[in-house]
Design a protein around this ligand. Structure first.
Ligand code: DX5
Ligand code: ZN
Length: 216
């Protein structure tokens, strides 16, 4: 099993001082910077786009893990790549041509991710497994930080871990992850944990990031 990586979601950061908050989580030892892009159409919330990501790029050398909750995503993939994304994740539900989008992302020289909403079965990614570098299992319905972890997704995480087999694919979990439930997520097979409110709502980013790596 890979070492556990922690990707704080800047959705829960202070948007008036995003750069400072990114430097703080970088200094606190995070592995990725998780950036939630929302369009008010695929999800009922609007956040930020390529110009903001481009401005933030100078704040850290940690990989930008860009979670696109936008429909369509394909017309914007190049803009996110140019803005400095390292991993670009699209939602299976938002993309009628998932296979093509994943190919476009890799063609741009970026890591390709696919995300599944809680109601979406694991098998929708069966035929694109060899085109992805990361699979993101949503453990809340996307759109907002601070929601409660949906326990039924643990079984899906287990299924996807088995589907991955010996492929070099990261298994990321996003939504309601806290130091109290991270062990169950890790035990189910996740190796990248996203955490928004758990990190930014704490008064010690470093201690929280370490706690999220689990007790094992
Ligand atoms: C939700 C986003 C998440 C969110 C997680 O749509 O994709 O990344 O920021 O926030 P918490 O960890 O607070 O559930
Ligand atoms: Zn996210």
């Amino acid at each position: 099993m890979n070492a556990i990586k922690i990707a704080p979601s800047i959705l829960s950061a202070d948007f008036a001082r995003l750069g400072e908050d990114i430097k703080a989580i970088d200094g606190a030892g995070c592995d990725y910077i998780h950036i939630d892009v929302m369009d008010g159409h695929f999800v009922p919330n609007i956040t930020l786009g390529p110009p903001v990501i481009k401005s933030l790029r100078a704040c850290t050398s940690k990989p930008f893990d860009v979670h696109l909750m936008i429909d369509p995503a394909q017309p914007y993939l190049e803009a996110f790549a140019d803005a400095g994304a390292d991993i670009i994740t699209v939602h299976a539900e938002a993309d009628k041509h998932l296979h093509r989008s994943l190919g476009v992302i890799r063609g741009l020289g970026k890591k390709a991710g696919v995300s599944l909403n809680p109601a979406t079965p694991a098998n929708v990614i069966e035929h694109v497994l060899d085109m992805v570098d990361l699979i993101l299992v949503m453990t809340v319905n996307p759109g907002f930080g601070g929601q409660s972890f949906i326990e039924s997704q643990l079984e899906k995480i287990r299924q996807i871990r088995a589907m991955i087999g010996d492929r070099n694919i990261e298994l990321e979990v996003d939504g309601g992850v806290t130091p109290a439930n991270c062990d169950s997520v890790i035990e189910a097979g996740a190796n990248v944990l996203v955490a928004g409110s758990a990190v930014f709502g704490s008064d010690d980013f470093k201690a929280t990031i370490e706690a999220l790596r689990g007790s094992a």
